[in-house]
Design a protein around this ligand. Structure first.
Ligand SMILES: O=C(O)CCC(=O)C(=O)O
Length: 298
């Protein structure tokens, strides 16, 4: 294993309203580690707006199910979510699919500061966004089914091998509620071969669709670290960077936003007609037969 990783090496504070917020030092850190932690990146009022909008949705569902918010043990914007989880877990699954449609989510992912950072990280004048790669995760206490194992983003989204994920906590995240775990510098390995278990995610759990070949040996050669962050900070990382979820051992839901960006000018993107991956119903094996490890399945 390499030297101990520490998030300080890729933590950046900047004027996020600047035309080019990232310094040359920050860009060099991104080139080396494959990720940056952008402190106080989101405008505070937009995170507040998201919480207000999510609270409205929770209130509507509580009313539907005739549940009293006052009975909740939570004291946050998502007061009552614990009651919904107990009363009707499937309905909370549909809430999960709906919160990504909120106006505040679009404000967050299309803010001028996001495009500025994406232009710099991908050194492009024309960044793009994957509509199907945008989501708000709600990871509930004690639920492990939907946690993401170690993976790279690329096989799920394809398009460009110059691509960046924005991962933005909407509540503070730490080891207790499960902040993201990264293996810095693994982006340098390029796209890794995978065992394909469920090429088009027919079983609706993308976390079981692909499995990286020889993962343990790769991890043994790289330091890894958990990255605690405050609500409104943002992690940005390269499409080839290995990362994974950690379980939520707190007593409240972990809310985080994900959005994926790519470079329209990237030669792979142009050659593949800017096609997306399994998130757009596209079979990874068609575009990358050379990255399919072992016997074909699913
Ligand atoms: O937030 C998490 O727990 C994992 C998210 C992730 O791996 C991803 O969005 O690609």
């Amino acid at each position: 294993m390499g030297e101990t990783a520490t998030a300080e090496r890729f933590t950046v504070r900047a004027d996020w309203d600047a035309e080019r917020p990232l310094s040359e030092t920050a860009l060099a850190a991104y080139g080396e580690h494959g990720c940056l932690l952008l402190r106080e990146f989101a405008a505070a009022d937009v995170v507040t707006r998201f919480r207000d909008e999510a609270a409205t949705m929770i209130g509507l569902l509580l009313a539907e199910l005739r549940l009293e918010r006052a009975a909740s043990t939570l004291e946050r914007f998502d007061r009552g979510l614990d009651l919904l989880l107990t009363a009707d877990r499937a309905r909370v699954g549909r809430l999960y699919m709906a919160v990504r449609k909120l106006p505040s989510v679009y404000s967050l992912i299309t803010a001028p500061r996001v495009w500025a950072v994406m232009r710099q990280l991908m050194a492009t004048r024309l960044p793009g966004i994957y509509p199907n790669g945008t989501g708000v995760r709600m990871d509930h206490p004690g639920e492990e089914t939907y946690l993401s194992p170690w993976h790279q983003e690329y096989p799920y989204n394809l398009t460009s091998d110059n691509a960046v994920t924005l991962w933005l906590p909407l509540v503070d995240v730490d080891e207790a509620n499960g902040c993201l775990r990264l293996a810095p510098r693994t982006q340098r390995l390029g796209a890794l071969p995978v065992h394909v278990r469920d090429a088009l995610n027919a079983r609706r759990n993308a976390n079981e669709a692909l499995e990286i070949d020889g993962l343990e040996a790769i991890l043994a050669r790289h330091a890894e670290l958990a990255v605690p962050a405050r609500a409104g900070d943002a992690l940005v990382f390269h499409t080839f960077l290995l990362h994974r979820s950690q379980p939520n051992r707190s007593d409240a839901t972990r809310w985080t936003l994900q959005a994926r960006y790519f470079d329209f000018l990237n030669p792979t993107a142009v050659r593949h007609d800017w096609v997306g991956g399994m998130n757009e119903g596209v079979d990874f094996r068609r575009y990358h037969p050379e990255l399919v490890a072992g016997p074909a399945e699913g």
